[in-house]
Write a protein that binds this ligand. Structure first.
Ligand code: B1M
Length: 214
C-alpha cells in the first residue's frame, strides 16, 4: 500500500500532474509514511526520472518545470512536518545558503535549508542566482558560522570557487565554514576550490554541518 503510494507520487511527478502529486503526498502523510521517505522514494525518484528523460531528449524544459511545480507543492506540505518531528531546543549554528550566480535550481538547496533548520540551525536562505557580493554581505551581516553553496550545473560550479575567493578577499574566510553541494559537485571539487566540506544530500548536509562546527 505505502509502496504503491510512493510509486504513484513518482509517476505523477514524471507525468506532469502537480495536483495529483500534492494530493498523493497528503494521503501518504495521513497513512503514516515519514516525510523523508516521501521525499526520497517518491518525489526525488520522479525528479531523477524527469532529468534522465531530459538528457535523452524525450523531455523538454516545460516537463522539468511542471515536475518541479509538483515537487515544490508537495514540499509545502512536508516542510512543516519535517520541522515538527525534530526536537530542537537551541540554535546550533547560523547558516547562509543559496544557489550560485547563473543557476536557478532551487529545490535541492531549499531541501538542504529545510533540513538544517529542522535540526536546529538558524537559516538565511538567499534564494537562487545569488551574486558573490550578496553572499559576502549576508555572512557579514548575520555573523554566520556556515555558508552553504549549491550548484546544479557544471557551468555554474565555478561560482562556488568565486564565492570562496570573495570571502577570502573580504577578510572573513576564518570566520565561516563553507559547505558545497549539488548534483555535479564532489569531494574532489570541494578540495580543489578550498571548501571546508562537501555534502551529498540534505541529510548528509546536517551531519557535515555539525562536524565542521565541532
Ligand atoms: Co535543470 N538541469 N536545467 N532545470 N534540472 C539538471 C540539473 C540536469 C542534470 C538535467 C539533465 O540534463 N539530466 C542538467 C544539468 C547538466 C549539467 O550541467 N551537469 C540541467 C540543465 C542542463 C538545465 C538547463 C541548462 C536546461 C536548458 O535551459 N537547456 C536549465 C538551466 C537554468 C539555470 O539554472 N540557469 C535548467 C532549468 C531547469 C528548470 C528551471 C526547468 C528546473 C528547476 C526548477 C526549480 O528548481 N524551481 C530544472 C530541473 C527540475 C532539473 C532536474 C530535472 C531536477 C533538479 C531537482 O530539483 N532535483 C535536474 C536533473 C536531476 O537532478 N536529476 C536538472 C531534486 C532535488 C531534491 O535534488 O537538486 O540534486 P538536487 O539536490 C540534492 C543534492 O544535489 C544535494 O542535496 C539535495 C537534496 O538531497 N544538494 C546539496 C543540492 N544543493 C546542495 C547544497 C549543499 C549540500 C547538498 O550544501 C550547501
Amino acid at each position: 500500500m505505502s509502496e504503491d503510494l510512493l510509486a504513484r507520487i513518482t509517476e505523477s511527478i514524471v507525468g506532469g500532474e502537480p495536483e495529483s502529486v500534492v494530493a498523493l503526498t497528503r494521503k501518504a502523510l495521513e497513512s503514516g509514511l515519514q516525510p523523508l521517505e516521501i521525499i526520497n522514494q517518491g518525489l526525488v525518484a520522479g525528479m531523477n526520472i524527469a532529468g534522465e528523460r531530459f538528457t535523452r531528449g524525450e523531455f523538454f524544459l516545460p516537463h522539468l518545470l511542471i515536475a518541479a511545480k509538483g515537487m515544490q507543492g508537495a514540499m509545502e506540505l512536508l516542510e512543516p512536518e519535517l520541522g515538527a518531528r525534530q526536537q530542537v531546543h537551541e540554535a546550533v549554528g547560523t547558516v547562509v545558503i543559496g544557489t550560485v550566480l547563473g543557476d536557478i535550481h532551487e529545490i535541492g538547496k531549499s531541501l538542504v535549508g529545510t533540513m538544517l533548520s529542522a535540526n536546529g540551525f538558524k537559516v538565511y536562505d538567499l534564494g537562487v542566482d545569488v551574486p558573490k557580493e550578496d553572499f559576502v554581505a549576508r555572512v557579514k551581516e548575520t555573523g554566520a558560522d556556515l555558508l552553504g553553496l549549491s550548484a546544479l550545473l557544471t557551468t555554474t560550479m565555478i561560482g562556488q570557487r568565486e564565492v570562496i575567493e570573495a570571502i577570502v578577499q573580504a577578510g572573513i574566510r576564518d570566520q565561516v565554514k563553507v559547505i558545497v553541494g549539488g548534483a555535479p559537485v564532489s569531494q574532489a571539487w570541494a578540495d580543489e576550490i578550498g571548501a571546508d566540506a562537501y555534502a551529498a544530500n540534505a541529510m548528509d548536509a546536517v551531519e557535515v554541518a555539525r562536524r565542521v562546527l565541532m
